[in-house]
Design a binder for this molecule. Structure first.
Ligand SMILES: O[C@H]1[C@H](O)[C@@H](O)[C@H](O)[C@@H](O)[C@H]1O
Length: 537
């Protein structure tokens, strides 16, 4: 379908016409109404339940990344009987991103070998162990071990949850359901900031307050284990494992919101299953012809992973999918958003706000509120368009923040703990511009990169998503490490302008190479990239 350059690339999510002309029907959840007008039924209760249970991983991801800022300022001398040094703080913070990064190759190979759901359960076990380990820690070293275990859990969950949801979701609602995961991440960050503020203000931080903050992370993980035990595996993975009958049952349960006994629903189920089977067969054949072995690594997960990696770089459309996914994930972090997530209290102290932790809640709440807006818009507007619309707001916010900082007079060094002699006007401009920037980020770049799995064809979907997620965590690590030194070396104004320049470069690249994938089936979206113009037209 995608070879036709005249084809509309923003498939109307209210219509399935664009998906049906190649014989492989993408009729998920769409029907002809009496008037002959296609109708899309809302996702059924089951698919919402599934998304909700899978989304708890997002809540844990958000909570554990957000809670560290409050924890660090509450620990006092309760670890190793001494105050934390700057090095302790950096190691405690960054070991999480580092381990999130390191686990990805293993998580993606495990997801292919054992299934998506098992990886989510594996991550939960680690979330629980990591939370308890942190809460019980008496020394900095044990705390670092706890944060690293949580890092492994976050890395595995951040990669497999969007994949699991995308493979279960009907095409017409996929964007919205994957965005639900980001809603949970940003909600987790809001909860972490609120919990941090409550325990920091009203608890006894030096003794137990901070232990509660980190220990509470175990609770959602326990709930998720219980719910997920009743949830099915991804039908696409089941077909790949030769378990088509089980896959049919799952697809039927997903379609049951439309009445499973209805003949048109049964036809839908058959069509969706056939579509997946065709893709799995074609890919196995392509791998054989390409001389990359039998396509399953002869039963050895490491060989299978290596084969999939070779396939990822050998085939043009896979390389392109990878380039786009890594571009978006890298940009999501290099635009500087998480420097606000981790250091907003520091920034607001610097510009002279008296309640910096409360003000920094503005960042988390704006991020959450505009992720909800994205939830409504994403399938209607489309991924490419929403990015091209929101990036200019981010750039404007960053440049304006840079301008606001020019009113603030900082002492010569120590930007992190400085007080300001600047006027109220500068502080207000900075707060308003940061809100514009965060809103733009949450609508586009905060969630679109996580739609990455729809760019890849099935045989490389898991490794491709893994590499792209690794790009995200590497860039996250770099931003966390360089923000404060950059503020000192370049000045706050130029640091924010630098992030604006990165966004501008990203805008150009997205405009050039990122095609619209909204409303397409995962199979069609992956095919789009084979076109000469990268599918952008
Ligand atoms: O999509 C999420 C979300 O935008 C979070 O707020 C951010 O902290 C994460 O780094 C990102 O991956």
């Amino acid at each position: 379908m995608t070879d036709n350059p005249e084809e509309p690339l923003i498939a109307n999510p209210q219509s399935t016409e664009g998906d049906q002309h190649d014989g492989s029907h993408d009729v998920e959840h769409a029907h002809e109404s009496r008037g002959g007008k296609p109708q899309v039924s809302p996702p059924g209760l089951f698919i919402w339940l599934l998304t909700f249970s899978a989304g708890i991983s997002g809540l844990l991801f958000g909570y554990d990344t957000g809670v560290i800022s409050a924890t660090l300022v509450s620990i006092g001398t309760s670890l190793s009987h001494r105050p934390l040094t700057s090095l302790d703080k950096s190691v405690i913070t960054s070991c999480t991103s580092l381990f999130a990064l390191l686990v990805l190759p293993f998580a993606s190979s495990l997801a292919d070998d054992r299934g998506r759901k098992r990886v989510v359960l594996f991550a939960d076990t680690l979330f629980i162990i990591g939370a308890l380990c942190q809460a019980a820690s008496r020394t900095v070293e044990v705390m670092v071990v706890g944060r690293s275990v949580v890092g492994v859990a976050i890395g595995a969950a951040s990669f497999v949850t969007p994949l699991y949801i995308a493979e279960l979701a009907p095409a017409t609602h996929r964007g919205r359901l994957v965005t639900m995961n980001i809603v949970f991440i940003t909600l987790g960050q809001v909860v972490a900031y609120v919990v941090g503020w409550i325990f920091g203000t009203y608890g006894s931080p030096e003794t137990t307050g901070w232990r509660w903050m980190v220990g509470l992370g175990a609770m959602p993980a326990v709930c998720q284990v219980v719910i997920l035990l009743w949830m099915p595996e991804s039908p696409r993975w089941l077909v790949k494992e030769g378990r088509s009958e089980e896959a049919r049952e799952v697809i039927a349960r997903i379609a049951a919101g439309d009445d499973a006994q209805d003949p048109s629903t049964r036809r839908e189920v058959d069509a969706v299953l056939k579509n997946i089977e065709i893709e799995v067969r074609e890919e196995a054949m392509a791998m054989r012809l390409g001389g990359t072995g039998v396509g399953n690594g002869n039963g050895n997960p490491v060989n299978a992973w290596m084969e999939a990696m070779r396939e990822l770089f050998r085939v043009r459309r896979n390389r392109r999918a990878l380039a786009i996914a890594c571009l978006l994930q890298g940009l999501q972090q290099l635009c500087g958003f998480n420097s606000l997530m981790y250091f907003s209290a520091t920034i607001f102290t610097m510009v002279g706000f008296s309640e910096p932790t409360l003000i920094s809640l503005v960042v988390a709440v704006t991020n959450f509120a505009f992720t909800l807006v994205a939830l409504v818009l994403i399938d209607r507007v489309g991924r490419r368009r929403i990015l091209l619309w929101s990036l200019p707001f981010m750039m404007a916010g960053l440049v304006l923040a840079g301008y606001g900082f020019s009113f603030i007079e900082l002492p010569d060094s120590e930007t992190s703990s400085a007080t300001t002699t600047g006027g109220q006007g500068g502080a207000t401009i900075i707060l308003a511009s940061i809100m514009i920037y965060v809103a733009g980020y949450a609508i586009g770049l905060g969630n679109v990169p996580w739609m990455q799995s729809e760019l890849f064809s099935l045989n490389v979907r898991s490794v491709g998503s893994g590499v792209a997620t690794a790009t995200n965590w590497s860039a996250n690590f770099v931003i966390g490490l360089t923000f404060l030194p950059l503020m000192e070396a370049l000045s706050p104004s130029w640091t924010f302008v630098l992030y604006a320049v990165i966004c501008a470069v990203g805008y150009g690249l997205i405009w050039r190479v990122y095609p619209e994938t909204a409303g397409l089936s995962l199979e069609d979206a992956a095919t789009l990239l084979g076109a000469d113009d990268w599918g952008v037209r």
